[in-house]
Design a binder for this molecule. Structure first.
Ligand code: TNX
Length: 553
């Protein structure tokens, strides 16, 4: 028999008061607006007559202790009162007006699915225990409450209304990602958590954390203290346009300790976000080499890079480099429980390998034809190690050159060809082609835009993107895990600037990876974004405002 004393009733108004997204909401009539004000757009919505009213008598009813545990955490996060512990009241059954979380008997494939029913007497969210469904259902509910109840400081209304409807929703793709480069410019843990919270707002579930590059190493590795003492800092940065070749001399840097990383990983898990760490190899490794020069072919002392671009100093293919990298990856895998570990693999010049006696000896001993095959050997060797720990590697599409490692997944960035090729070879793929997934490119042609790396990726191009290439057979389409927005920060020197480049393009990307193609509609998205931006306002997000002037039809 179901234990009714597990049911918990809590005064919803208490929770909503002070809520990050919803506090100070006052009702001002009910909108007759046809679009359901939710981003990403839910996949099935049926509207019906009538409305549900949230009053200070509305109870929140949880069905069972585990569900309670999961949802309360999520709920509390979106509430200012982190320490709020809902009272356990044995009899909640008497409530006349309630929001209920109901455990559904669905299989694992539906871990992210939720159903949300709004009737005049009750709101019921159905989801599978242990997945993200309850959190996503609550998220949609928050957005509906916010979207249908326009705050008006002049009114002191006690009630929030919701039109009756039934939503049945689940994502199109499993990998709904955002990336952030913290090497070119360092962003502290507080900002990383903010970034994750904003991802959660849009039901994004994968954070690709680009932790190492030429311009700075950002993760503490206990066995190699030089990485945070030395490789995490540079003595200046490039300023202005790349072609100006100008530098300032301000020391820049920072790193994350193991404690901080554990804290962020737990925080992300609470928001149903997986963090995929990236450790770049064999290229983009100047910072690591500057701390441990023996890692390169020449062994020469070099400095952490101050400028942007691609550098010839890369990891040598000798055994001592592999010892270093496997030590590093061991600590990384201890900290990050993700199935995937990103090992970079992009933009590795082979100039030094061609001159290096040890690399040449390795190449000849293995009977390899060229340096591309040597890079393939490098990645395969790393893959073997990562697989031995029960994990999978993912790398940029250059890892296809010279032969793809047997179990590797590919992140397609130089267009979609690499992704298509890998999917045809039955390897998993994450799509992130520069156009339109690079959020470091300009989003407007306005000449007053802050300096960016170049390119042009406006909001409508991001929105129009379909991650599943038409060239793929139906059978091969399943290898497309999803897509992500990439945020390279050479030209983003502050958190405010990152936000400006990321929002609202992140919202468009969320709809690309969540909403079925046939349900997408850019005009409707813009209208929903106009409502949605009040949530961003509430969190003081510095989003770009160009969309406010776009035509909505
Ligand atoms: C290419 S995308 C890079 C990055 C740069 C980015 C700038 C990729 C795998 N490599 O190192 O930051 O372009 O858009």
């Amino acid at each position: 028999m179901k234990q009714i004393n597990y049911f918990t009733k809590l005064n919803l108004r208490q929770v909503l008061t002070g809520c990050l997204l919803l506090n100070a909401i006052m009702v001002y009539g009910q909108s007759t607006w046809a679009e359901v004000p939710v981003i990403p757009k839910p996949n099935m919505v049926e509207r019906s007559e009538g409305q549900f009213t949230i009053t200070n008598q509305t109870a929140l009813v949880f069905g069972g202790p585990e569900v309670l545990q999961e949802c309360v955490q999520f709920f509390q996060y979106f509430s200012e009162s982190y320490s709020y512990v809902p009272p356990q009241i044995p009899e909640a059954m008497g409530a006349k007006n309630y929001i209920q979380l109901h455990e559904a008997d669905w299989g694992e494939a539906d871990a992210e699915k939720y159903e949300l029913e709004i009737n005049p007497q009750e709101v019921i969210i159905h989801a599978r225990k242990g997945g993200a469904g309850f959190a996503y259902g609550l998220n949609t509910l928050f957005q509906l409450i916010r979207g249908y109840n326009v705050p008006d400081a002049g009114k002191n209304m006690q009630e929030l209304t919701l039109p009756c409807m039934k939503i049945s929703d689940k994502p199109r793709y499993a990998w709904r990602g955002m990336h952030l480069d913290v090497s070119r410019h360092f962003f502290d843990i507080t900002f990383i958590k903010r970034y994750l919270s904003l991802m959660a707002l849009y039901k994004l579930n994968t954070f690709h954390w680009h932790l190492t590059d030429d311009q700075g190493w950002r993760i503490e590795i206990k066995k190699y203290p030089g990485l945070i003492r030395h490789a995490a800092w540079r003595t200046g940065s490039m300023i202005g346009k790349y072609s100006d070749n100008k530098y300032e001399e301000i020391r820049h840097g920072g790193f994350y300790t193991h404690e901080q990383i554990k804290d962020v990983v737990n925080f992300a898990a609470m928001l149903h976000i997986t963090i995929v760490p990236e450790i770049e190899m064999p290229g983009h490794s100047v910072a690591a080499i500057s701390a441990y020069p023996y890692l390169s072919c020449t062994g020469k002392q070099i400095q952490v890079a101050r400028g942007w671009g691609v550098f010839n100093d890369v990891f040598c293919t000798k055994d001592t480099t592999f010892r270093f990298l496997t030590d590093v990856l061991s600590e990384v895998m201890e900290l990050f429980p993700s199935r995937y570990i990103h090992i970079g693999g992009d933009e590795c010049p082979k100039v030094n390998w061609k001159k290096c006696p040890r690399c040449q000896k390795r190449k000849n001993a293995l009977g390899l034809k060229n340096e591309e095959q040597l890079q393939s050997y490098f990645i395969r060797r790393i893959e073997k190690f990562v697989n031995s720990k029960g994990r999978q590697i993912i790398g940029w599409d250059e890892i296809l050159e010279g032969g793809l490692a047997p179990n590797a997944s590919v992140m397609s960035w130089r267009g979609t060809e690499g992704g298509i090729k890998a999917a045809k070879m039955k390897h998993n793929v994450v799509m992130s082609p520069g156009k339109p997934c690079y959020f470091d490119h300009y989003q407007s042609k306005d000449t007053l835009e802050p300096l960016a790396i170049g390119g042009y990726n406006p909001l409508d191009s991001v929105y129009a993107y379909d991650p599943t290439p038409l060239q793929l057979s139906v059978a091969d389409q399943k290898y497309i895990l999803g897509a992500q927005g990439n945020v390279w920060t050479e030209y983003m020197i502050s958190e405010r600037q990152v936000e400006y480049m990321v929002f609202p393009r992140m919202a468009a990307m969320a709809e690309v990876v969540w909403t079925q193609k046939s349900n997408k509609d850019y005009g409707g998205f813009l209208k929903r974004l106009e409502k949605n931006r009040f949530m961003l306002d509430k969190m003081y997000v510095n989003y770009a405002r160009h969309f406010l002037n776009e035509k909505k039809e």
